[in-house]
Design a protein around this ligand. Structure first.
Ligand SMILES: [Zn+2]
Length: 416
């Protein structure tokens, strides 16, 4: 079995890996690099058959999780290439279609599901459901020719599904010849590895902010971060507030339809449709999209009257209209996203607007990626013959944290 990292050896995101055995090939992820603008066309990595679907040796494309930096170039992949992704991940991406350029309808040939092996070409692939900020995310064990490769995908050990990480440590699929391991938190200039903030930490500190706020607590997050939805809902409940989400978040939760995920129909869940989303629904003419929120839809007047007992979970673009409707009077805005976005013009603009309006602004976030200590725990459990870095800006520093590191550049074939 041989393997080539097409992209990801020297950067976080844009991951794409090709694996070959006796002329049979599979591709792991086909991500859009994080450096690309949202509307920028980035060419597909040069994998035979990926763009034209004409090479029968290409047995399949596997998407580890529904984040752009892992599937974002899929619109250039020929429809005949057999696609594998988590079932709920596919549901989430389809449900996102109206609201986000990240949404897409896929037609998988099969689904990744936890610890259910798949035979794809010459490979046996066993997915392991993992804890990550992306929904329905998997690590992948790939076996061929008696060799065993473990692709970590993106994962963490401090989210709402931390038990999955613990289970992997307790029941590792041994033996492993190569661990292809994400290293988001192994940095070029390594700050000291602080204990990561967990989703529970965020839940507790959000609850504290909510209890100290007289008016509306408005949490800015990504609709696709379902773990964070649960966290915000739980914090909201702790403080006796009603959760009000936008239509995008509500649609995802409704379509995923897991009884454990807060969604319309829950007694303390309401939906406010921001102007931008109202226009999208109108333009699409798909008014049936509003059926499921008929009994829990609220309007600005309701938000204004009830502002002392609501938590809003909204995209940042909603802040100006909430300010105009005075809903944030006596309230607070909590940024529950990667703080790096605040350095972008739109983030800076929103901060300035809030400052002028005298609305307090708080940061409250937990990373979607494993701490260095958790990466080391994974390696200690899997005992791989070699650790190969991916999804990192500092693969050359892996040897400070792991034994038997082998660094391979983009575009280089090597043996597992
Ligand atoms: Zn990633």
């Amino acid at each position: 079995m041989q393997i080539k990292i097409h992209r990801g050896a020297h950067e976080i995101g844009g991951s794409c890996v090709e694996v070959e055995s006796h002329g049979s090939r599979i591709v792991l992820d086909v991500g859009k690099p994080l450096w690309a603008e949202w509307n920028e066309q980035v060419p597909l990595p040069r994998v035979a058959g990926l763009a034209d679907g004409s090479d029968p040796s290409l047995a399949g494309l596997l998407i580890s999780h529904p984040h752009m930096d892992h599937y974002g170039l899929i619109d250039q992949v020929d429809a005949r290439v057999r696609l594998f992704i988590g079932k709920e991940a596919a549901v989430l991406l389809k449900a996102a279609e109206l609201f986000s350029s990240a949404g897409i309808e896929l037609h998988p040939a099969g689904y990744l599901s936890d610890r259910v092996p798949l035979q794809i070409g010459a490979f046996t692939v066993t997915p392991f459901l993992v804890d990550h900020s992306g929904f329905d995310s998997y690590s992948l064990l790939i076996e061929a020719e008696g060799r065993r490769l473990f692709y970590s995908g993106d994962f963490r050990g401090h989210g709402r599904k931390a038990s999955l990480f613990k289970r992997l440590l307790d029941q590792p699929p041994l033996p492993i010849d190569v661990l292809l391991c994400e290293g988001t938190h192994i940095r070029r200039e390594q700050a000291r590895d602080e204990e990561p903030r967990s989703e529970l930490d965020v839940e507790l500190s959000l609850a504290k902010t909510m209890s100290e706020t007289t008016g509306a607590a408005c949490v800015i997050s990504s609709a696709q971060n379902i773990d964070r939805l649960v966290t915000v809902y739980r914090a909201s409940k702790r403080t006796g507030r009603t959760l009000v989400t936008d239509l995008y978040t509500a649609t995802l939760a409704h379509e995923i339809a897991r009884p454990t995920i807060p969604q319309p129909g829950f007694p303390d869940y309401k939906v406010y449709i921001p102007n931008r989303q109202r226009v999208l629904v109108k333009q699409s003419g798909e008014f049936n999209r509003l059926e499921f929120i008929r009994d829990c839809r609220v309007f600005p007047e309701w938000l204004l009257t009830n502002r002392n007992k609501v938590t809003l979970l909204m995209p940042s673009s909603t802040v100006p209209e909430l300010l105009r409707a005075h809903v944030l009077h006596d309230g607070a805005v909590i940024w529950s996203l990667w703080p790096g976005y605040l350095r972008e013009p739109s983030g800076a603009r929103m901060r300035r607007t809030l400052e002028e309006a005298g609305v307090p602004f708080v940061l409250d976030h937990a990373s979607g990626h494993a701490s260095v200590a958790d990466l080391q725990l994974l390696a200690a459990a899997l005992l791989p013959g070699r650790v190969v870095p991916i999804h990192t800006e500092a693969g050359d520093r892996f040897d400070e944290y792991f034994a038997d590191v082998e660094v391979h550049g983009d575009g280089e074939w090597w043996e597992v």
